[in-house]
Design a protein around this ligand. Structure first.
Ligand SMILES: Cc1cc2nc3c(=O)[nH]c(=O)nc-3n(C[C@H](O)[C@H](O)[C@H](O)COP(=O)(O)OP(=O)(O)OC[C@H]3O[C@@H](n4cnc5c(N)ncnc54)[C@H](O)[C@@H]3O)c2cc1C
Length: 423
C-alpha cells in the first residue's frame, strides 16, 4: 500500500495554500493599482475640467456710480479676465460727472494700485509732490473713461451715463442679462443699496480726533493741480476769549497741537484742521463755542500764515469767500454694517465700495484713498464669484470681502489720520 507520506501531503496542501495566497495578493495588488489609477485619472480629469471651466467661466458685472471709485472698480473688473460683459452706470450725464471742482490726492499706495491696473500717470494732467499724485477729480474720471473705451475690443463694456439705477432698471433687464456681480459705488448720498434691499445701517466709530474744515472759492485764481501744504504742532492764542493756553502747555502730555492741511487748487481751496482727542481747555472750548467767528479767525490766520507765495492773502475784503465749520467736531468714520450681500433668488453677489461703504465726516483731502483700499480685494472677489461651483463658494467670497472691508475701516481708524494729516 503506497501512500503519500504525511509530510508530502502537508507540503502540497501548503503549496496550494501559498499559491492561493499569492493569487489573492496579486489580485489585491491589481485591484489596488487599478483603483489608484482610476482615482488618479478621476482627479486629473476633474482638476483639468475644473481648471478649464474656471479658465472659461466669465460673468456679467454691473457697476453703479462712475465716481473715481466706480470707474476704478470697472478697471479692476475688465482686468480680472473673468468679465464677459461690464456695464457702468451714472445718473449724471458726462458733463455733470466731470465738472466737479475738487482735486484728489492719490497717496503712494493708491498710485501703486493704479499703476498695477495700467494707469499711466505720465498721460494724465496732474502734479507730483512727496510721492502723492494730485489731479482734478474730473480729469481722473475722464482718463478712466478713456481706458474703458479702449477695453471695448476685449470686453463688452457699456458705459451708460445719465442713467439712474432703480428697481425698474434692474427689472427691465432680461433675466439672462442680470449681472452675477453688482458693485455699488454710488457715493455717500446714493440709495442703490435700499433698492437692492440691503440694510442702510452704519456703525459710527470715533477716530479719536477733533477736526474742522474750510473752503475758499476764488474764481479769479487758477484751476490747475496744486500740491498740498501741511503744518504741524500749531497753537492758537485764544486768551482774548479767556482760554489760557499756557496752563495747558505745562502738562506736556495734554498738549496735542493742531495739524493743518491746505489742499485743492488755488481756485477751490480746502483746509482741514485736526488735533488728536484730548481734554484740554482749548479743545473743549473750540468744541462748544457758539461764536462761529473764532473758527473763521483761526482758518483766516492759518491760511495767511501757510499759503503759497503765489496766491493772495485773505483780507477783510475777501474773507466772505471763506466758509468753515462753526466749531471743532469729533472725527468719526461711518462704516456700513452690510458691505456685501447675496441676492439668492437672482444669484447676484453685491459689494458696496467707496463712500457708499464708508465715509468720514471730516474731509482730509485724501478721501479717495480710503475707497481705493476697499478695491484691493475686488479682483479676488470677482474671480471667486466667477469660478464658484456652488452657493457656498459665493458665500465664502462674500465673507472674505466683508472681512476686508472691515479691515480697511479698522486700519483707517488706527493710522488714517496719522498718514493723511499728522505726518
Ligand atoms: C467738497 C469736497 C472736497 C473733497 N476734496 C477731496 C480731496 O481734496 N481729495 C480727495 O481725495 N477727496 C476729496 N473729496 C472726497 C472725494 O470726492 C470722494 O472721496 C470721492 O469722490 C468718493 O468717490 P466715490 O466714487 O465713492 O463716490 P462719488 O464720487 O460720490 O461718486 C458716486 C457716483 O454715483 C452716482 N450715483 C449715485 N446714485 C446713483 C444711482 N442711483 N444710479 C446711478 N448713479 C448714481 C453719482 O452721480 C456719482 O457720480 C472731497 C469731497 C468733497 C465733497
Amino acid at each position: 500500500m503506497g501512500g503519500e507520506p504525511p509530510g508530502g501531503s502537508s507540503s502540497s496542501s501548503s503549496s496550494v495554500g501559498e499559491s492561493g495566497q499569492e493569487q489573492y495578493q496579486a489580485l489585491a495588488f491589481d485591484t489596488a493599482v487599478s483603483t489608484l489609477v482610476a482615482v488618479a485619472v478621476y482627479v486629473v480629469v476633474k482638476v483639468s475640467l475644473d481648471g478649464f471651466r474656471q479658465w472659461r467661466s466669465k460673468i456679467s458685472v454691473l457697476i453703479v456710480g462712475s465716481g473715481p471709485i466706480g470707474l476704478t472698480a470697472a478697471l479692476v473688473a475688465v482686468r480680472s479676465g473673468k468679465v464677459l460683459k461690464l456695464t457702468v452706470l451714472d445718473e449724471r450725464c458726462r458733463s455733470a460727472l466731470l465738472c466737479r471742482p475738487q482735486q484728489i490726492a492719490l497717496d503712494p499706495r493708491s498710485v501703486g494700485f493704479l499703476l498695477g491696473l495700467g494707469v499711466d500717470f505720465d498721460n494724465m494732467e496732474g502734479c507730483w509732490h512727496n510721492e502723492h499724485f494730485f489731479t482734478k477729480i474730473g480729469v481722473f474720471q475722464e482718463y478712466l473713461l478713456s481706458i474703458l473705451e479702449r477695453k471695448k475690443q476685449k470686453v463688452d463694456v457699456r458705459v451708460q451715463l445719465g442713467t439712474k439705477f432703480t428697481e425698474e432698471y434692474l427689472h427691465r433687464l432680461p433675466r439672462p442679462q442680470w449681472p452675477r456681480v453688482l458693485v455699488v459705488a454710488d457715493g455717500s448720498c446714493g440709495d442703490s443699496c435700499s433698492v437692492l434691499g440691503i440694510s442702510s445701517d452704519y456703525a459710527v466709530e470715533s477716530c479719536r480726533a477733533y477736526g474742522a474744515n474750510a473752503t475758499i472759492e476764488r474764481l479769479d485764481q487758477r484751476q490747475v493741480p496744486t500740491p498740498e501744504i501741511r503744518a504741524h504742532r500749531l497753537y492758537f492764542d485764544l486768551s482774548a476769549y479767556g482760554v489760557e493756553a499756557l496752563r495747558d502747555h505745562k502738562n506736556h502730555a495734554s498738549k496735542p497741537g493742531f495739524h493743518l492741511k491746505i489742499y485743492g487748487t488755488l481756485r477751490s481751496r480746502y483746509m482741514a484742521l485736526v488735533c488728536p482727542a484730548s481734554d484740554t481747555k482749548m479743545v473743549r472750548f473750540l468744541c462748544h463755542t457758539a461764536n462761529a467767528s473764532i473758527m473763521k479767525n483761526i482758518f483766516h490766520q492759518s491760511f495767511n500764515a501757510y499759503k503759497t507765495d503765489i496766491e493772495p492773502r485773505l483780507s477783510d475784503l475777501t474773507l466772505h469767500r471763506l466758509q468753515c465749520s462753526r466749531r471743532l467736531f469729533e472725527v468719526q468714520l461711518s462704516h456700513r454694517h452690510v458691505s456685501a450681500a447675496y441676492i439668492q433668488g437672482d444669484n447676484v453677489a453685491v459689494t458696496v465700495e467707496g463712500e457708499a461703504a464708508r465715509v468720514l465726516n471730516f474731509d482730509t483731502g485724501c478721501g479717495v484713498n480710503l475707497g481705493m483700499r476697499g478695491l484691493e480685494s475686488l479682483k479676488t472677489f470677482i474671480y471667486k464669484t466667477a469660478t464658484a461651483v456652488d452657493q457656498n463658494d459665493v458665500l465664502e467670497a462674500l465673507a472674505a470681502k466683508i472681512k476686508h472691508s472691515r479691515q480697511v475701516s479698522e486700519t483707517f481708524k488706527q493710522t488714517g489720520l496719522l498718514e493723511s494729516m499728522y505726518e
